[in-house]
Design a protein around this ligand. Sequence first.
Ligand SMILES: C[S@@+](CC[C@H](N)C(=O)[O-])C[C@H]1O[C@@H](n2cnc3c(N)ncnc32)[C@H](O)[C@@H]1O
Length: 185
Amino acid sequence: MANDLALFLRELVLRPHQVVALAPSSEGLAREMAAEVDPHGLPVIELGAGTGRITRAILDRGLPPDRLHAIEMNPEFCARLRDSFPGIHVHGMSAGDLGDLPVARVQSVISGLPLLSMPLALQRAILGGTVAKLTPGGAYVQFTYGPKPPVAKAVREELSLDWSVSDRIWRNLPPARVYRFWATA
Ligand SMILES: C[S@@+](CC[C@H](N)C(=O)[O-])C[C@H]1O[C@@H](n2cnc3c(N)ncnc32)[C@H](O)[C@@H]1O
């Protein structure tokens, strides 16, 4: 755990525009992100898994490791995820290429990505790939620190996304909310 924090902080200094967070997600935030994972359901995709705080919460729900696909573009984080979570699928790639992942249908896509700081074209690719893989009723789960929904309005409208939002989780640095998006069309 201390090693994970050291790695996270080192990568934050080296790649601030990719990591874009002061610290890994708290346990409370990670639990809320994973709260609706059905351990007996379809596979789950996690985006921007980092050092694995949310990964752990997803597995703690009882999902078998081989049904979890973690996408992470940072090779140091990928190596840590493979060490810490034997049996999960770690894909060293950009979440923008999600559509190419050879997984047909998933129950949810759970994202620790810094979505709001990404260009609209990348958001479009990530959410478009997500909607193509989600089973009907499945959700894209995304935390954010700010006051607005973390998916741009243009992308929400193009993909007919509706959403719900959690209470603010104060025990996180900084405090955060969890949004769930689903396609209505
Ligand atoms: C805010 S950190 C979250 C880490 C972890 N999920 C957590 O909650 O503690 C964002 C993570 O997204 C990863 N990331 C950023 N852009 C990405 C992209 N286009 N594709 C895949 N991963 C990306 C970063 O390397 C980093 O691990």
